[in-house]
Design a protein around this ligand. Structure first.
Ligand code: GLN
Length: 474
């Protein structure tokens, strides 16, 4: 069998149980990386010495690719930034420890937007990752390397992180499944922080069953992260029943407005009809503060980023400029040369919003609007069990198309940002293709810790369609 890289994790588990050697799976994936990564450029680093640490776990022998902002002990962890070019963490993130304990094989680090700032994977110091469906297009971001690698069968599963859409948006644009868990469901210990009140690590996989499997491994309370919540982790695979009779799906009118690509709108509306046909009840809902989500996010996200990035000063981690004449000069030179343009933009914006004269007008105001957005969802969830929307307003755009227009770039997360502001779980699943053959994603959100409802709805949809089975030809 030399096409093992095409299988899902749950299929590989069955294959291994019936005698396939885990080393053959790893071999197939490594051959695939070797053959096509010079075109896709999904990897920041390939671990040629990848091995399985443990047998008999939930992910024994399954290759998993890790976004480059998650610490793996003694392996390069750079956030695709020059400022961390020489950094290898002395410890494993909690999710990495859990993956190793489950028998997963860590095959390398995925390319990403620098420090997860971006929606296109173009701000990486390694250069852009390409969308495997059309190599002239972006894969989405910031977890673009993770999503592209899953779509191109260069890994079986991947981890991403999502602050404003960075798991769901690239999953949608690459035609794979991406889940942002509830804030507090997965430990952030060892995730290099972008915006600590918004960040969550989550799975990017080929189908919903694999997402349920991977979340089950990484989720759960962690004493090393005080924002992780101490409630039991259910067996997510038990939610994969295909039965959604009576499930109430809310469709918010604010997510189907001018500016959305007509093919995206049609695909998502058709998918909602598919869900209705499976027995779901569709209800119209309103999330009136949606229009303020992007501006609120860019104030809170940049404020937290400016504070989190203060630790990269040349003294503690990674890159240090050696021509400096004194300590202050060393900080200035290191940060000027080490950070890319988008990171500098966020630091400037965040510092400005937090400064004494503007704190009340911007940061404090944004916190109040965040509460309003959260309350919108609380009211909506009195009427429905989950909320169904497009994941992105358009399919994947061309490389370079939005690099000179940060505001246009920021709008690609218009539908994913509200879930981060409210701390809710959300998934993106494949739900169609554009006439040009580009994948389209549908987002399903649920109440806090409602991942089981999300899996139930998305599995039912997936099992009655075949969008998730299509793969790009490269
Ligand atoms: N694209 C958004 C941003 O640039 C979201 C990024 C993310 O979720 N990490 O901030």
């Amino acid at each position: 069998m030399d096409d093992l890289h095409l299988l899902t994790a749950h299929e590989i588990k069955i294959a291994i149980d019936s005698g396939v050697e885990p080393s053959a799976v790893l071999d197939a994936v490594q051959k695939r990386i070797e053959a096509i990564d010079s075109k896709v450029k999904a990897f920041a680093y390939v671990n040629k010495k990848a091995t399985q640490v443990k047998r008999g776990g939930k992910l024994s022998g399954i290759p998993v690719l890790i976004k480059d902002n998650i610490c793996v002990k003694d392996e390069a962890t750079t956030c695709s930034s020059k400022i961390l070019e020489a950094f290898s963490p002395p410890y494993d993130a909690t999710v990495i420890k859990r993956l190793k304990d489950s028998g997963a094989v860590l095959i390398g680090k995925a390319n990403m937007d620098e420090f997860a700032f971006g929606s296109s994977c173009e701000t990486s110091c390694y250069g852009p990752t390409r969308n495997p469906w059309d190599l002239d297009r972006i894969p989405g971001g910031s977890s673009g390397g993770s999503a592209a690698a899953v779509a191109a069968s260069q890994t079986i599963m991947a981890l991403g992180s999502d602050t404003g859409g960075s798991i769901r948006q690239p999953a949608a644009l690459c035609g794979v499944v991406g889940l942002k868990p509830t804030y507090g469901r997965v430990s952030r210990y060892g995730l290099i922080a972008f915006a600590s009140s918004l960040d969550q690590i989550g799975p990017i996989t080929k189908d919903v069953e694999d997402a349920a499997l991977l979340l089950g491994v990484i989720a759960g309370h962690d004493v090393l992260d005080s924002t992780s919540v101490d409630i039991p982790v259910p067996d997510y695979c038990k939610s994969l029943t295909k039965d959604i009779k009576g499930l109430r799906l809310g469709v918010p009118k604010e997510y189907f407005v001018k500016g959305i690509d007509p093919e995206v709108e049609t695909a998502v509306k058709k998918s909602i009809e598919t869900l209705r046909g499976l027995g779901a009840i569709v209800v119209d809902i309103s999330l009136p503060h949606t229009e303020y989500a992007v501006s609120t996010y860019y104030i809170i996200g940049s404020a937290e980023a400016s504070s989190n990035l203060a630790r990269f000063d040349g003294a503690h981690y990674g890159y240090r400029d050696t021509d400096a004449k004194d300590m202050i000069d060393m900080y200035v030179r290191t940060r000027s040369k080490g950070f890319g343009d988008e990171a500098k933009r966020r630091i400037l914006l965040g510092t400005y919003c937090l400064s004494a004269g503007y704190y009340d007008a911007y940061y404090l105001k944004a916190l109040k609007v965040r509460t309003k957005i959260k309350e919108d969802f609380e009211r909506a969830f009195a009427l429905c069990d989950c909320i169904v929307t497009p994941t992105t307003p358009t399919p994947a755009f061309k490389i370079g198309e939005k690099t000179n227009d940060p505001l246009a770039m920021y709008l690609s997360d218009i539908f994913t940002i509200p879930a981060n502001l409210a701390g809710l779980p959300g998934i993106s699943i494949p739900c169609g293709f554009s006439s040009g053959g580009l994948p389209i994603g549908m987002q399903i959100m649920a109440r806090p810790f409602g991942e089981e409802t999300i899996f139930r709805a998305s599995y039912a949809f997936e099992q009655s369609t075949d969008f998730h089975k299509r793969r790009p030809t490269i």
